[in-house]
Design a protein around this ligand. Structure first.
Ligand SMILES: [Zn+2]
Length: 244
């Protein structure tokens, strides 16, 4: 069905290994330019801390793209108790809403590691969808809650593979799946060193060029780019099949 949701996580560089902000400071503006060039609207999962430190950049994202929540300090939310999760997600949500003036409808747990208390907190805070799961990982999902569950389809380092390889996989996804959810991080377009291989290979300029090529490929194939809030709306209205 050729539907693609491009999601971008906005956080400190390679959490928790590095604590720098090069991805937000240097990578994010470059990514926004690239999306603008292709006229693609994406969904940005942003931490509350980023909104506090870089309010102008977050406001700028919200002018063209969906802003969703990615925790407060990129903490491992599944390691926190129910009350602390509720407090953290509430705080992060309020920071994002105060920064953009817009509602936040979706959440992605840092490291794709939610637990049942995460979904309880999201439901209580009026969230519409959860994007904390990945099709390639086994984890609790939000199906028994009043949340649309929209899992990530491919590992986030996937978009840094040579396009000759990644486009073959994407071709299969476009043919076989109702929706393909892709994930990318702002720090992937700055050169990363000193962390494990899957986090650092082909980062920097190479990543930017590869993402550019893959987006061109998808547009040439007639892919329709959707924001996650649109997907959630269609799942809830049963127009769109559940993708879990
Ligand atoms: Zn993250």
């Amino acid at each position: 069905m050729r539907n693609i949701a491009l999601t971008i996580d906005v956080e400190q560089d390679v959490p928790p290994s590095l604590g720098t902000w090069r991805g937000v400071e240097n990578g994010l503006p470059t990514l926004l330019e690239l999306l603008s060039k292709h006229d693609i609207r994406a969904t940005f999962f942003i931490t509350g801390q980023v909104a506090e430190r870089f309010p102008k950049l977050v406001k700028e994202i919200s002018r063209r793209h969906e802003v969703a929540c990615h925790g407060y300090r990129h903490e491992r939310i599944d390691k926190l108790g129910a009350r602390e999760q509720l407090r953290i997600i509430d705080l992060a949500t309020k920071t994002l809403v105060n920064t953009t003036g817009l509602k936040v409808l979706g959440f992605r747990a840092p490291n794709f590691k939610p637990n049942v208390h995460t979904f309880e907190a999201l439901e209580r805070l009026g969230y519409v969808y959860d994007a904390s799961n990945a099709s390639y990982k086994i984890g609790p999902n939000a199906n028994r809650f009043k949340l649309a569950e929209i899992p990530n389809t491919l590992p986030s380092s996937f978009l840094r593979l040579p396009p000759s390889l990644s486009t073959r996989v994407l071709h299969l996804c476009l043919v076989a799946l109702p929706l393909t959810v892709l994930d990318f991080h702002v720090w992937e377009v700055v050169e990363i060193k000193g962390v494990r291989f899957d986090c650092r290979f082909a980062t920097g300029e190479v990543a930017l060029h590869r993402l550019d090529s893959v987006l061109s490929y998808l547009l040439n194939k007639g892919a329709k780019f959707m924001q996650m809030q649109e997907v959630a709306g269609l799942i809830r209205a049963s127009v769109f099949p559940s993708v879990t």
